[in-house]
Design a binder for this molecule. Structure first.
Ligand code: SF4
Ligand code: SF4
Length: 253
């Protein structure tokens, strides 16, 4: 199924770029796969919380966790660099990428079912509870386990195509060979102590090293953006620490 699913998603994104009414544009997606029984999934109960689900909680006979990353175009990433607030293009990119992923996942489910496999969407991209600040499935962490990238000190998962885009994960009972996890840190600060640009870029100083993240400050700014762009929808976004930095649209050299 690996070849089929990668061809399906790549073609879906290409057609969406050409034919949909979306304002946004996307680069080619990338993929990685985890063994559903990888012990790191259990480890997420310690890292994130007991409430975090295992692949088998999503599908009883889960064999593989599929992850993919759809990069937003460099023009959209660059548009978000100046100023305190997110750019309008970034806000549209946020909503339109969710729509794109929903379309892909619906089509993929049918594709798998035609071949006799099951496929479950892991978590809705808006299922994070802002009151408890909890989500019972982390796409970023599942994608890390699958080998899609490594975490930066900006808390994004840096993939071979950077952090400016969106990750999706799904669970299936089809076996797909797991992807080896990267052997080097993609984040320059974690690799050799250099860079750190994302810290300076945060407008509200919500990040610091070695592992400081003030989620209340971060969330407050995302809500300011949500208010500013409320005519478009509830866009609790920011990503100033993920645009205009060496890991924005590619893995840093
Ligand atoms: S901006 Fe630099 S330090 Fe920050 S996550 Fe990216 S590579 Fe790491
Ligand atoms: S998303 Fe924005 S507020 Fe949150 S850490 Fe990054 S730059 Fe700071």
């Amino acid at each position: 199924m690996q070849e089929k699913l990668e061809a399906f998603i790549t073609e879906f994104v290409r057609c969406y770029n050409e034919k949909s009414e979306a304002r946004s544009n996307w680069e080619e997606p990338i993929f990685a796969y985890a063994d559903a029984m990888d012990p790191l999934f259990n480890g997420l109960k310690t890292v994130i919380g007991e409430y975090h689900k295992l692949p088998e909680d999503i599908m009883k006979d889960a064999k593989t966790v599929i992850s993919y990353f759809i990069p937003l175009s460099k023009a959209i990433a660059d548009s978000n660099v100046p100023g305190y607030f997110s750019s309008e293009a970034w806000v549209y990119g946020y909503f339109e990428t969710i729509d794109l992923i929903n379309g892909i996942n619906n089509g993929l489910k049918k594709l798998f079912e035609l071949d006799g496999w099951m496929l479950s969407v892991t978590a809705d991209h808006r299922s994070w509870d802002p009151l408890t600040m909890k989500c019972d499935w982390s796409h970023r962490h599942a994608a890390f386990i699958a080998g899609l990238g490594t975490f930066g000190i900006n808390r994004g998962l840096i993939t071979a195509k950077g952090v400016s885009g969106r990750i999706a994960t799904l669970v299936t009972d089809a076996f797909i060979k797991p992807t080896p996890r990267p052997t080097e840190e993609f984040c320059l600060y974690k690799r050799n102590g250099s860079c750190g640009l994302c810290l300076a870029k945060c407008p509200v100083s919500a990040l610091d090293v070695p592992d400081f993240y003030d989620n209340k400050k971060c969330m407050a700014l995302t809500y300011e953006n949500a208010d500013k762009f409320k005519a478009i929808g509830f866009a609790d976004v920011c990503a100033k620490c993920m645009t205009g930095v060496p890991c924005a649209t590619k893995k840093p050299d």
